[in-house]
Design a protein around this ligand. Sequence first.
Ligand SMILES: Nc1nc2c(c(=O)[nH]1)N[C@H]1C(S)=C(S)[C@@H](COP(=O)(O)OP(=O)(O)OC[C@H]3O[C@@H](n4cnc5c(=O)[nH]c(N)nc54)[C@H](O)[C@@H]3O)O[C@H]1N2
Ligand SMILES: Nc1nc2c(c(=O)[nH]1)N[C@H]1C(S)=C(S)[C@@H](COP(=O)(O)OP(=O)(O)OC[C@H]3O[C@@H](n4cnc5c(=O)[nH]c(N)nc54)[C@H](O)[C@@H]3O)O[C@H]1N2
Ligand code: SF4
Ligand SMILES: [Mo]
Length: 871
Amino acid sequence: MDGSLAARTVRTTCPYCGVGCGIRATPDGRGGAAIEGDTDHPANHGRLCSKGAALGETIGLADRLLHPEVGGKRASWDAALDAVAEGFARALERLGPDGVALYVSGQLLTEDYYAANKFAKGVLGTGNIDSNSRLCMASAVAAHRRAFGEDVVPGVYEDLEQADLLVLVGSNLAWCHPVLFQRVMAAKVARPEMRIVVIDPRRTATCEGADTHLAIAPASDVALFAALLAHLEVAGLGDAGRLEGADAALAAARAIAPDAPVLTGLPAEEIAAFCALWAATPRVVTLWSQGVNQSSAGTDKANAIINAHLYTGRIGRPGMGPFSVTGQPNAMGGRETGALANMLAGHLDWERPGEHAALASFWGLPRLATKSGLKAVDLFRRLGDGGIGALWVMATNPAVSLPEGDAVRGALAAAPFLVVSDTTQRSDTAAFAHIRLPALAWGEKDGTVTNSERMISRQRAFLPAPGEARPDWWAVAQVARRLGHGDAFAWRDPSAIFREHATVTGLARPAPRAFDISGLAGMTEADYAAMRPTRWPVPAGAPSRERFFADGDVPAGRARLVPIRFRAPDTQPDAAFPLRLLTGRLRDQWHTMTRTGGVPRLMAHAPEPMLTLHPDDLPELVAGTLVKAETPTGSAVMRLARDAGQRRGTAFVPMHWTAQFAPAARINAALIAATDPVSGQPELKHSPLRVVHYAAHWHGFLIGPQRLDADIAAWCAAMPVEGGGWRHELAGEEPPAEAFARLRGLLPAEEWVMLEDPAAGIFRAAALAGGTLVGAVAVAPEPRLPPRAWLAALMTSGVLAPEDRAALLVGRRAGGPPPSPVICACHAVTEAVIAACGANDLDGVGKATGAGTGCGSCRPEIARLLTRETA
Ligand SMILES: Nc1nc2c(c(=O)[nH]1)N[C@H]1C(S)=C(S)[C@@H](COP(=O)(O)OP(=O)(O)OC[C@H]3O[C@@H](n4cnc5c(=O)[nH]c(N)nc54)[C@H](O)[C@@H]3O)O[C@H]1N2
Ligand SMILES: Nc1nc2c(c(=O)[nH]1)N[C@H]1C(S)=C(S)[C@@H](COP(=O)(O)OP(=O)(O)OC[C@H]3O[C@@H](n4cnc5c(=O)[nH]c(N)nc54)[C@H](O)[C@@H]3O)O[C@H]1N2
Ligand code: SF4
Ligand SMILES: [Mo]
């Protein structure tokens, strides 16, 4: 790279998951940028996963919200901010501080988060600021606080590599934290004796790299970890006298342990083997994620895990410890800035004397909220009841991501005053807003994020601010100023906010607060600009440290074991709803798809919303047909997939599809909203469920040059295809002939190639203009339709060759490759190509097809295909 190019390269951090990979972005001067992993960043050492590697394809301005809007019309920032301030002032007057709220997000930068929290708690005087972290990390936070007295993640990523045993509980690390998974896989290659155990009701891609998969019954993890604790006691591996709560915790565990096989559905021998392995392996890390947190017993599950580590002192030393891996890029930052309803800023606590007063006086905001506020699920219920007069939603899409989705939409629609700050026009939530504020997106905004191992990294701008988009912190500060608090929000840039945040962490000391970055409070703008990844704590005038509880020396009076009883979810499967619904993530999509859903190569891996069942559950339902998932709360329609790795009695549905992409497939419409009594985190994984055939009159697809509204049929899933076109998979209620005529009317055509068989209900058409293919439609009574991949590709290949024209209605040229799902997103390699390449190991497949040689995120799936081929 020549000097001038290198000079333009900007070091920043990936905006997706909590691994927090470092990125080097080199803008091309035309709005795009080349993206590569930062070899100097401690989280990834240069690696990126499929989503990170495709970031360059997400920074275009299509669909961006570029101007403020009031009442659906473009407005100036001044007018919009005046209206926001007025709306909140009015609601405060009418309902007081309990009647206003902010709902924010782990995708905000720390500086935005800090500003939003200061505004809510300090200016509005309300505890009603909650974050989508309530849906994500709340149970882990509550468990840390119960066990350690504070929200502290003791370990670091190296511990995962140094462990002799890594236990992954309710974590699909291969898809959700892919670079961390790759680090673990590399460690296992270097030390093959390392053992990996995955505890998940489903056989996920993560299991491909594991030695053991425990296909645990949903929601039963507490029983397994109780059995473990009881085993550790018998094995004499702990010292009950040393630790607060140990006797009670052991007694509780002993009471559950005999029932563990029944409760977990795991054979007694598997449980015994797991306990023996854990007991025999001092260097053990137990990592958990949403299979633990998103549960009505989420906090108990997490404490059951932490108990085992505290009891054995396997914590705080290399290769040991409980490890809560965070989801969002700045889940940690939100916890640090206190932007949750039950926290103050900087880990200060209402409960500890003097801390509230210290913060109120430092901020000069005497109205500082004196009590905690409503947690996410309750907040939206209160909104629905008319108890919230003004709500500001920032960087999250609750119309999609909260449970009881239709009730949430009803509440948003009825909200007296709703402000939404977002980067896109295509957010389901923004559709309900009275005021929309355009935020800077990744690549444009500047600030910091903290990853799962407490590493604070800079996100830096490398693109100009588009349109009138502004940083979220700026919009907050402007509204605070209009409400009479300009002085407290007079920051010139994010570095000023960061300094203030760092100062807050040093307030009211000495105090037993581990989170301390007061050593960074003196940073200059230049220091901040040049800041390298920095792990907290960074206390002023004292040495920092890598791990908490180093040498297993858990400070007396701070750490305690928590006695855990087994509680099954309140809502149990019954004759009407016999299954359990597991929801979660796909490898190449990010949440509500506002960023990843428009990228063809990310969509190619799993283009349609699917519901997966074990082959022996409901065998009368045919794979590839549409099915309806029904719960006591609502329903959604997806295509059925079969997987022998799915635990019997459970179904898996990804969380991602929205009204923008597949309105009828929004699974959260069907999720019950049970919450954990300690953390308030909703049980997003275990709704009772029944699955029935979805009877449509016709099935079909439409491929065209443009994206069409996803309400063109009763069921529609829209997806981008390479070259700029869009494919829409469809099903509907009207007679097939009518649907066919209506859909054809949506395509621009000079000429049609058609097949119509009204008696059979089969209709196909290819739309041509100037001899090129501009679209295709097919309608049939059953979901047996021509393949679409070739047709989609043909749209960009110019004037059609005669043999292609002849094959249009078949969807596949004679001798062409059979349709097959894409496995490798980097090199667009399909399952069929991998199966046919003749290689029988990962490297061989890579050499023959290129698959798995890019970001490496697909390697677990290739491994699975290979074992399936040879099995
Ligand atoms: N590709 C991708 N990566 C992401 C994200 C994304 O949207 N896409 N989002 C990020 C965010 S915010 C988060 S929070 C993380 C989430 O990361 P993960 O928690 O790893 O992801 P999930 O798929 O939500 O759930 C993990 C697993 O929990 C299992 N599970 C369900 N119920 C139980 C149970 O009772 N016990 C056990 N042991 N397991 C259970 C599910 O079968 C599922 O495989 O991912 C982050 N990374
Ligand atoms: N069924 C089910 N539901 C779930 C989960 C599950 O496992 N199953 N997981 C839950 C979890 S763990 C999480 S974290 C949530 C995630 O759910 P959400 O937070 O609702 O999902 P996102 O799509 O990440 O929403 C982020 C929004 O912010 C916008 N945005 C991006 N950057 C910025 C910015 O800088 N400023 C502003 N103002 N806006 C920005 C994006 O365009 C998008 O609209 O979903 C939860 N819901
Ligand atoms: S693992 Fe992937 S999504 Fe997560 S931070 Fe790294 S590149 Fe981004
Ligand atoms: Mo999350």
